[in-house]
Design a protein around this ligand. Structure first.
Ligand SMILES: [Zn+2]
Length: 98
């Protein structure tokens, strides 16, 4: 079973994370932001190989509305983590390559 939205969130994260000032971007903050964003969207689970309904869900997620919604959710999550990273010292030089 796969939550289709996870791949989409990660794609959107790659696009928006560099646009948020003061976002650390280390692996820990990235995981925090992605899981936070995942908690705020309705999961789209699919089973099978290829997963049933995967094509339809991807079309839905990649529609203009779907994308705008994802971008805003991921932006909020990244901003939230940027404002309170769960580590005290930003690990310098570990910013993820986007
Ligand atoms: Zn960090």
């Amino acid at each position: 079973m796969k939550n289709l939205i996870e791949d989409e969130i990660i794609e959107v994260y790659k696009q928006v994370s560099s646009q948020v000032p003061n976002f650390c971007g280390c692996a820990k903050c990235r995981d925090d932001a992605i899981s936070l964003a995942l908690n705020h969207v309705r999961p789209r689970y699919a089973t099978g190989d290829p997963p049933d309904g995967a094509v339809l869900s991807r079309i839905e997620l990649r529609s203009e509305t779907g994308q705008a919604q994802l971008i805003s959710v991921v932006m909020d999550a990244v901003r939230h983590v940027a404002s309170r990273p769960r580590h005290t010292t930003p690990p310098l030089g570990t910013r993820a390559v986007t």
